[in-house]
Design a protein around this ligand. Structure first.
Ligand code: HEM
Length: 214
C-alpha cells in the first residue's frame, strides 16, 4: 500500500469528507474472521468463538504531507453502534497495526521482543488509543492524543468513514515513518451489532508492505 505525499494541511486531511480523499487512490481489502483457535492459551472462551468477522471488506486510502500520516478507512455498517446502552452491547471499531521490530507478525499481534503498534478507534469517541502489543493478551493502551494521534469519523449512507492520523515520528516505542521509507500495515474491524470486541473481529491478514511517497 502506498501513502502518496500531498501538500495539504493535516486539519484538512483529518476530515474524512475532505476533497483530497475523494481523489486519493484507495484499495479494498478482503477482511476475514480472526483465527481465534490460536488464542486458546490466553482465552479458552474466546477461542470457541465462531460467529465473528461480520465485516468482509475495508476500503483504505493513505496520504501523508511530510509531517503526518493519515489513513482513511471505510466499511459498510448498515446498523452502526456508537454508544453502549447495556453491558452486553459493544461498539463498532477499527484499527491499523504496524510492526515495531523486524519479523513482527500481525496475525499474532506481535510477540515477545517483537512488538507491534496499533492505532485504535472506537465509535462514539473522537479520540483514538495507541496500543503496543507483544502477542495476544499483552496489549498496553495509552491515550493517543498524548502522541498526537487524532481520529475523526462520520457515518453516512450505511458506511463508516474514519480518518486516523499521527505525526510521522511520535517518539521511541511507537511506529516511525519517513518520506520515501517503507514498513508494514494491517487492519482490523469490529462490528458492535455482532458483539465484536478484543479478538472477535475481522482482519486483513499478515502485514502488507507499506511505502511512503518522497
Ligand atoms: C492484524 C490486525 C489486527 C489488529 C489491527 C488488531 C488490533 C487489536 C486491538 C486494537 C486490540 C484492543 C486492545 C485494547 O483493548 O486496548 C486487540 C485485542 C485483541 N486482539 Fe487483535 N488485532 C489484529 C489481529 C488479531 C488476530 C489475528 C487475533 C487472533 C487470532 C487477535 C486477537 C486479539 C485478542 C485476543 C485481543 C484481546 C486481548 C488483548 O488486548 O491483547 N488480534 N487487537
Amino acid at each position: 500500500m502506498k501513502a502518496a505525499r500531498v501538500k495539504v494541511a493535516i486539519a484538512v486531511l483529518a476530515d474524512p469528507a475532505a476533497r483530497p480523499w475523494a481523489r486519493a487512490a484507495s484499495e479494498t481489502l478482503r477482511m476475514v474472521p480472526t483465527p481465534l483457535a490460536l488464542v486458546r492459551e490466553v482465552s479458552p472462551l474466546l477461542a470457541r468463538s465462531t460467529d465473528h468477522g461480520q465485516v468482509t471488506a475495508l476500503s483504505v486510502a493513505l496520504l501523508h504531507n511530510g509531517e503526518e500520516l493519515a489513513l482513511r478507512l471505510s466499511w459498510a455498517a448498515p446498523k452502526p453502534v456508537d454508544s453502549l446502552v447495556d453491558l452486553d452491547r459493544f461498539v463498532d471499531g477499527v484499527a491499523a497495526i504496524f510492526p515495531l521490530a523486524e519479523g513482527a507478525s500481525a496475525v499474532t499481534m506481535g510477540s515477545p521482543g517483537r512488538p507491534a503498534n496499533a492505532w485504535y478507534w472506537k465509535a462514539g469517541a473522537d479520540a483514538a488509543w495507541d496500543v503496543v502489543a507483544e502477542g495476544y493478551g499483552s496489549s498496553r493502551r495509552s491515550a493517543g492524543a498524548a502522541l498526537g494521534l487524532g481520529a475523526r469519523a462520520l457515518h453516512d449512507d450505511g458506511h463508516w468513514q474514519v480518518v486516523l492520523h499521527r505525526p510521522l515520528d511520535a517518539g521511541a516505542g511507537h511506529v516511525r515513518f519517513t518520506p520515501g521509507g517503507s514498513g508494514g500495515i494491517a487492519f482490523a474491524v469490529w462490528s458492535g451489532v455482532n458483539r465484536e470486541r478484543s479478538g472477535r473481529k475481522s482482519f486483513s491478514g499478515e502485514f502488507l508492505p507499506l511505502e511512503l511517497g518522497r
